[in-house]
Design a protein around this ligand. Structure first.
Ligand SMILES: O=P(O)(O)OC[C@H]1O[C@H](OP(=O)(O)OP(=O)(O)O)[C@H](O)[C@@H]1O
Length: 204
């Protein structure tokens, strides 16, 4: 089965389980346009220009995941001075992992650097009638903290914008965003620099 066929099967299985196209879109990290195409494949409807990133091979193995987290850390530590996200001596206090996939990466980085760990639950994960983002009470608080935000993928940047605004509203200073993949090529979110291991660009 090709990767595309697997994706179609996954999308249809999620729909059969009762997920809405929006939930399928979130689950697979694809646009609504792409999900509609996967689910219907209407004749004459051109395949959308979207990219699906499957990093299961790394995410499903503790050692590989740890290696990847260390690459994120080094990517940041090796930044040229001019690009550095914070002035010399201003060390972050807290690593904020975005649920779900950002959490293990953030945990590994916080452990390596001896920093605190906070976990942010995006609004789209909220089950309340008026979905809002929140911080897990099990992990660190963020007020007064200098924070590094960790996620796996930047797709539209919506989640990161939400986290940056949440941190500021709650008295924290977002210093930088680190992500594995950047599908938007964004360099900053609301004035916060974004550093990614892989930037994905469409040529044409
Ligand atoms: O830039 P955006 O358009 O906001 O999309 C990116 C977000 O979507 C995914 O989260 P999701 O909750 O779908 O999956 P996860 O539970 O695997 O983290 C991903 O992990 C990012 O947090």
């Amino acid at each position: 089965m090709s990767a595309l066929e697997e994706l179609i099967t996954k999308a249809k299985a999620l729909q059969a389980e009762g997920h809405t196209p929006g939930q399928v879109s979130d689950e697979l990290g694809l646009s609504m346009e792409t999900v509609t195409w996967l689910l219907t494949q209407q004749k004459g409807m051109e395949a959308p220009k979207d990219v699906h990133i499957d990093w299961t091979a790394i995410g499903s193995h503790g050692t590989l995941l740890s290696d990847m987290a260390m690459m994120m850390l080094k990517r940041f530590l090796y930044l040229p001075e001019a690009e550095s996200a914070y002035p010399p001596g201003e060390i972050p206090d807290t690593v904020v992992g975005i649920a779900l996939s950002g959490i293990p990466l953030a945990t590994l980085i916080a452990a390596e650097e001896g920093l605190k760990l906070a976990v942010y639950l995006p609004a789209k994960h909220s089950r309340s009638e008026t979905p809002t983002g929140s911080l897990s009470g099990t992990f660190s608080t963020i007020s007064g903290q200098r924070c590094i935000i960790i996620d796996d993928v930047v797709t539209t940047g919506t989640t990161l914008t939400e986290v940056v605004q949440f941190l500021r509203r709650h008295g924290a200073t977002p210093m930088a965003v680190w992500s594995l993949f950047n599908k938007q090529g964004v360099r900053e979110i609301d004035g916060v620099p974004v550093h990614s291991l892989f930037a994905i660009s469409r040529l044409g």
